[in-house]
Each structure stands twice: as structure tokens, then as C-alpha cells.
Design a protein around this ligand. Structure first.
Ligand code: F0G
Length: 353
């Protein structure tokens, strides 16, 4: 039967009642793809959960459909969020769909182009501040306590409820939980949501529990360092966050699952980003690839047994951030005259290589 979106498909697991609007853009039901080449090269059984195929191109849609539906149910007409880009794109889309206003506060100049284009097109009111995500989040938390607007960052508990459904899907697609779940960590909501999802599904369906492996970017590794980072910096702007709101939940997920939270360098992120696209045909945004980069790092250190069944979450679509792709690419188009003979000659050379 046709997929009906998260609120209908997982109604019994979610805070949905008869008054909840059945909002949907057909989010969820994303593919789990086995990485055959990397599995072979790295000696593990590696799969990726491709969240970039969600309606606005990231996992945020799972949480946002729930949070915006509940805001609407409660009579709110405006949602607000701080964002490194994906949350704002998703909030703007679901607000448009629900007939609500959306206000987003973003760090000026640190939002990937595709994400900004989305917020503009979905009709959000956009406030760009000369500050970082953590400062923007502090502002919208304060504003939402004093104005009639609903905060839809992941401190809104409905966000984690929606996002936990990805763990359900992985268990169904794999026939049980993997041994290791690798995931990028920014504001630390998603790792917390996955852990909640795995625990709930296991309690009902005995699907087992993974070890949770979270990865922060080196320049924004607050949890790894055990202290907030005042000026977080990383090429992976999605996770350029220095004081994660769900810090305690993430640490609990790590400890309860016998997992780890580690960091990866920008270089390691970009290497995983290129390798994933060129060897497996999957284009995920840089922040997403912290999960894959982290797996590679721990494998090299001997921290992961060979043969382990691993799912790495790819949180956002590569098209979100075309500038990074173009900037790091070593391949550029060959400019030739509009002449069949010359073009044919060039192509013959490529085929013979
Ligand atoms: N990956 C991507 C592509 C993201 O956009 C984010 C967070 C994360 C990973 C980290 O998830 O915050 O739950 O630990 N992006 C937020 C935003 C902060 O505003 O779009 P997290």
C-alpha cells in the first residue's frame, strides 16, 4: 500500500490523537543501502540510512512533521527555530503545508546555499544574526517564552518523538538492530531520538539494541572535550555547534549502549564525503559524513571488530551544499570548442585511459 507519512504509519508509537492534524509531505520510509565497496574494503558489513531523500532533504522532516502538527493542534499559528540550515528548511516547509507562519534565526554566512534557498522558497521570515547557532538558539528560546510562537528546535520533545521512527525503520529493514549505529552529533537531538526509538522498539518487538557511536566535528567537539566551545568551527556547517542542547541525553545514550562519542577532523569528513559519492554513488552533505568518517577512524584504531554489522546515518542530501562539492572537487569540466571531431577525439582519449 502507498506510504502515508509518519503520523499515520507510526500512529501507535507517537503522541497522535483524534485532534492531531494528519500533516504530511510523505516523510520517512527512507532507503537503507548496503555499501558493497566500502564493506569489502573495510572488512565490515556497512549500511547507510539515507535520510537525504526526505521531502526537504534531511532527517529533520521526521521531527518537524510531529512538532508542527502538535503546534497546530494546540492552536498556534507561528513556529520559530534557530538553525544551521536544515531545521529551518524543514520548519518552513511544514509550516507552509500547515498554513502557519515560520520564523527562522540563522548564523549569517554559515548556512549552505541549498538550505537558504529552501527557507526563502517556503516563505519563512528569515533573521540572519552575526552570531553562531548556539547564540541563535538562546535567542529563540527566550522569544518563545515571551511571545505567542512555538519553538520547534529539538528541545521541543515532539521533535525527538518524530525522529525516533528512523530507528524503527532500520530494525524493520535489517531484521533487527545493527551492532553499531554511527551518527553525526551537532545539537545532539538525533542521537538521543535514535536511542529512544531503539529502546522502545526492542521493548515491543525484541529487535535488540545497537551500540551508539556519535561523532562531532573536531572544531565543535563539546561533548568529547567535556566543555562548551565558545567559537565552534568546521567545514560541516550543519554540525557547527558548541553547546549541544541535548548533551545529557546524548551522554546517556552513549553510556547505556556501551557506545562512544568521538570527533572527526574536517579532513576526515571530506575524505569520507568524496569516497562515498565516488565509490558508492551516494551524495550526502559533509555533516552527514561525520558518521562514516568516524567509523573509518575507529576501524583504523582497532576500536571496531572486523565483520561488525554497522548502520551509518547519512542525515542530509549532498545537494544542500553545492559550494563545498565544487570547492573540493579535483574534477572540472573540460572546455572544448563546439566541434564533433575535437570532442570525439577527447572522448576516445578518456575511454582508452
Ligand atoms: N546532520 C545534519 C545534516 C544536520 O543538519 C544536523 C543538525 C545534524 C547532523 C546533527 O543533528 O543536532 O540532532 O545532533 N542540524 C541542525 C539544524 C542543528 O539547525 O539544521 P543533531
Amino acid at each position: 500500500m502507498r506510504w502515508q507519512g509518519l503520523l499515520r504509519e507510526y500512529r501507535e508509537y507517537l503522541p497522535v490523537n483524534d485532534h492531531t492534524p494528519m500533516l504530511t509531505l510523505n516523510e520517512g520510509n527512507t532507503p537503507l543501502i548496503r555499501l558493497d565497496h566500502l564493506s569489502e574494503e573495510w572488512g565490515i558489513d556497512l549500511h547507510v540510512k539515507v535520510e537525504g531523500v526526505n521531502p526537504t532533504g534531511s532527517f529533520k522532516d521526521r521531527g518537524m512533521v510531529m512538532a508542527v502538527a502538535k503546534a497546530k493542534e494546540e492552536g498556534s499559528d507561528t513556529v520559530i527555530c534557530a538553525s544551521t540550515g536544515n531545521t529551518s528548511a524543514s520548519a518552513a516547509a511544514y509550516a507552509a503545508r500547515a498554513g502557519m507562519r515560520c520564523i527562522v534565526v540563522i548564523p549569517d554566512g554559515k548556512i549552505a546555499m541549498g538550505k537558504l534557498a529552501q527557507a526563502v522558497m517556503y516563505g519563512a521570515s528569515i533573521v540572519s544574526i552575526e552570531g553562531n547557532f548556539d547564540e541563535a538558539l538562546k535567542m529563540v528560546r527566550f522569544i518563545s517564552e515571551n511571545e505567542p510562537v512555538t519553538l520547534v528546535n529539538s528541545v521541543n520533545p515532539y521533535r525527538l518523538e518524530g525522529q525516533k521512527t528512523a530507528a524503527f525503520e532500520i530494525c524493520d529493514q535489517l531484521g533487527g538492530a545493527p551492532e553499531i549505529l554511527a551518527i553525526p552529533v551537532g545539537n545532539a537531538g538525533n542521537i538521543s531520538a535514535y536511542w529512544k526509538g531503539f529502546k522502545e522498539y526492542d521493548a515491543i518487538k525484541q529487535t535488540g539494541l545497537p551500540r551508539m557511536f556519535g561523532f562531532e566535528a573536531e572544531g565543535a567537539a563539546a561533548i568529547v572535550q567535556g566543555k562548551p566551545i565558545e567559537q565552534p568551527e568546521t567545514i560541516a556547517t550543519a554540525i557547527r555547534i558548541g553547546n549541544p542542547a541535548s548533551w545529557n541525553l546524548a551522554v546517556a545514550a552513549r553510556d547505556e549502549s556501551a557506545g562512544t562519542i568521538d570527533f572527526v577532523t574536517d579532513e576526515e569528513i571530506l575524505q569520507a564525503y568524496s569516497k562515498l559519492a565516488s565509490t558508492e554513488g551516494i551524495f550526502a552533505e559533509p555533516g552527514s559524513c561525520a558518521s562514516l568518517a568516524g567509523i573509518h577512524k575507529l576501524l583504523k584504531q582497532g576500536g571496531i571488530p572486523r565483520g561488525s554489522r554497522i548502520v551509518a546515518v547519512l542525515t542530509g542530501n549532498g545537494l544542500k551544499d553545492p559550494s563545498t562539492a565544487i570547492d573540493i572537487s579535483t574534477i572540472s569540466p573540460v572546455l572544448l570548442p563546439n566541434d564533433e571531431r575535437i570532442v570525439s577525439e577527447h572522448i576516445r582519449g578518456v575511454v582508452r585511459q
